[in-house]
Design a protein around this ligand. Structure first.
Ligand SMILES: [Fe+2]
Length: 181
C-alpha cells in the first residue's frame, strides 16, 4: 500500500542521515581543534592567576583537557574516521578574550582572577554546548560508544564550570571588590 511512499521516505531518510553524520563529524573536528587550542592557552592562564585555588583549578583542567583530546581521538576511531581538527573561530576568539583580560588587569590582583574566571566560564559554556549537542547527535546516529565517551567529557566540563563558580563566589569576587584601579 505504501511501497512507493515508504521507498521515497527511506531514501530521504538516508540522505538526511548522511548529512547529519557529516554535520556530526564537522562538529567533532571543531571541538578537537578547540581543545588543542585550549591546551596551549591554559598554562598561560594558570601562570597569570593570582590565587592558588584558581591556578590549581586551571592546572587540573589542563590535565582533563589532555585526556579529553585522547577521548575525542577515540570517538573518531569508534566511527571509523581519522581524527583531524578544523579551526574553531569561536574558541580562537574566546581564548583571545582571555588573553586580553590578563593584559588589562593588574598582575597579582584578584580582579584579574575574576576576569580569568569570567573568560574560563565562557569557554566552559561553549564546550558544554558543543559536547551536549555532540552527545545527542551521536545517540541519534546510533554511535553508542561515541555517545558515552562524549557524555564523560560533558560531565567534566560541567564540573569545571561549577568549580569556577565556587572559587568566584567563595572569595575572589568579594576580595576583588576592595581593589583600586
Ligand atoms: Fe574541554
Amino acid at each position: 500500500m505504501k511501497t512507493t511512499k515508504s521507498k521515497s521516505t527511506s531514501a530521504a531518510q538516508g540522505v538526511e542521515e548522511s548529512a547529519l553524520k557529516e554535520l556530526f563529524i564537522d562538529e567533532l573536528k571543531d571541538i578537537l581543534w578547540a581543545e588543542k587550542h585550549l591546551m596551549k592557552a591554559l598554562p598561560k592562564m594558570a601562570k597569570g592567576a593570582t590565587s592558588e585555588e584558581l591556578r590549581g583549578c586551571i592546572e587540573q583542567h589542563l590535565t582533563e583537557t589532555e585526556n579529553q583530546v585522547t577521548r575525542l581521538e577515540r570517538v573518531f576511531e569508534s566511527i571509523g574516521q581519522k581524527a583531524t581538527g578544523k579551526k574553531c573561530e569561536a574558541m580562537a576568539g574566546l581564548v583571545e578574550e582571555g588573553q586580553s583580560i590578563m593584559e588589562d588587569t593588574e598582575k597579582g590582583s584578584l580582579t584579574r582572577d575574576a576576569g580569568i574566571i569570567s573568560a574560563s566560564q565562557k569557554i566552559e559554556h561553549y564546550e558544554i554546548a558543543s559536547y551536549g549537542t555532540l552527545k545527542t547527535l551521536a545517540g541519534v546516529l546510533g554511535f553508542s560508544e561515541a555517545a558515552s565517551l562524549l557524555e564523560e567529557t560533558l560531565i567534566e566540563e560541567k564540573n569545571a564550570d561549577v568549580l569556577l563558580t565556587k572559587i568566584a563566589e567563595g572569595f575572589v569576587n568579594e576580595s576583588a571588590k576592595a581593589e583600586q584601579k
